[in-house]
Design a protein around this ligand. Sequence first.
Ligand code: TMP
Length: 199
Amino acid sequence: MSKRGVFICIEGIDASGKTTHARRLVENLRGKGLDAVYTTEPTSGEIGRLIQTHILQSQKRVPSVIEALLFAVDRIEHVENMIKPALREGKIVVSDRYVYSSLAYQGAAGLDLKWIEEINKFAIQPDLAIYIDIPAEVVFERLRREKSVMENFQTQCKVREVYLKLVEDGKLILINGNRPTGEVEKNLLVTVLKSIEKH
Ligand code: TMP
């Protein structure tokens, strides 16, 4: 592996199992003797906490421009304070959500993807960006509840459409999440190890 670490992000609709998989990936990489760290967006920093209260737990959605801008500010802090330092130390950084979440969620809300890219241009390019795909129907069958302002069926269907478009454009690598957890976990690990080898 080169001196700089490896930056991987994991994406998916709400309740797609992506957090479980991102955490297991980190454990599995550590099990192979690799120095991996888990991190997530929104962060637990000041802006991340503001996002939780002002956006995610609010009664109705705030204008999507405000969402996009706040997530972008939180991301700058994430990149500067956590991701870049860990990469400089040669770590494998696994981020549970990254800029593709803004493209998918705020894009699905009607914002221009180019503008979202523009306000996120400081966000360094990941070495590998994975999307765990699962139809919203399957997730909602499992979930049977609405947790945050984003978690309604129609929104999640639209978000998935944008994710699939990003896969089509070659920006994300799709892993089928609609399988037994163990299979998804193995597929994810093999994909990531291949990418690390090439790095
Ligand atoms: P989660 O981390 O539990 O999936 O929740 C984060 C929520 O925030 C989820 O509904 C997706 C949403 N989100 C955006 O809308 N835009 C973003 O840029 C990010 C990072 C998250």
